[in-house]
Write a protein that binds this ligand. Structure first.
Ligand code: IPE
Ligand code: IPE
Ligand code: MG
Length: 231
């Protein structure tokens, strides 16, 4: 097993390219989403193996509702089915599962499964695995502002604003990975990514392997993070 001197504490992944993976094979888009689950399993395994503390996976954006109803419903069904099946396994692996995003608009059944998995894994202290579902960075910031009380404003600062964000229990991502060749954030972790490193790969999400994950870790070794200061 390769050893790395500097490991990112928190890796965020924008899992993109499921549709294109399927289209390349003349298959309907949902095949790509199904295959994408296997990549999720691979990266969770790799993250555990290399001692990554936090892994956050962008699974459904607040803008993904613009897709055809059938695709949206398929994605939620897939999440329900997989979470129900894998929740127990993740628990045995000491993984703590969380969800970030606006839950209210999600199907009730999915909401319930999300709550159950969070509850089941809440005392685990291994990998912190977070799924961003119906997540949008702008929505997150707005809902935070709406929760603020008048008396909060006087002493409001970056630290205490954080507790109103969905990510209140997570450190900022050290590196954000996006697959499938697109080079944009698409509303992922806007507040939290202010000093994140970025890693872009052309690999489509269903093809993303442990080797690809290792390339991210290897690349991270060479980054010089300055946070506005001098090295
Ligand atoms: C990512 O793959 C999965 C979701 C956004 C839910 P896409 O479905 O965006 O795949 P492409 O970008 O169309 O290939
Ligand atoms: C971003 O991918 C959202 C997720 C990966 C869940 P999209 O495929 O929706 O992003 P755009 O539309 O290409 O920016
Ligand atoms: Mg896409």
């Amino acid at each position: 097993m390769e050893k790395f001197k500097i490991l990112p504490t928190h890796i965020g992944i924008i899992m993109d390219g499921n549709g294109r993976w399927a289209q390349k094979r003349n298959l309907p888009r949902y095949y790509g989403h199904k295959r994408g689950i296997e990549s999720v399993r691979r990266v969770v395994k790799a993250a555990k193996k290399y001692g990554i503390k936090y892994l956050t996976l962008y699974s459904f954006s607040t803008e993904n509702w613009k897709r055809p109803k059938e695709e949206v419903e398929f994605l939620f069904k897939l999440m329900e089915e997989r979470l129900k099946k894998e929740g127990e396994k993740l628990n045995k692996q000491n993984v703590r599962v969380r969800f970030i995003g606006n839950r209210e608009q999600l199907p009730k059944k999915l909401q319930k499964i999300m709550e159950d998995v969070e509850e089941l894994t809440k005392n685990n202290d291994g990998l912190n695995l977070t799924f961003a579902i119906n997540y949008g960075g702008r929505e997150e910031i707005l809902q935070a502002i709406k929760k603020l009380k008048k008396e909060d404003l006087k002493d409001l600062n970056e630290e205490n604003f954080k507790k109103y964000l969905y990510t209140k229990d997570l450190p900022d991502p050290d590196i954000i990975v996006r697959t499938a060749g697109e080079k944009r954030l698409s509303n992922f972790l806007l507040w939290q990514s202010s000093y994140s490193e970025f890693y872009f790969t052309k690999t489509l999400w269903p093809d993303f392997s442990e080797e690809d994950f290792l390339k991210v870790l290897a690349d991270y070794q060479r980054r010089k993070r300055k946070f506005g200061g001098l090295t």
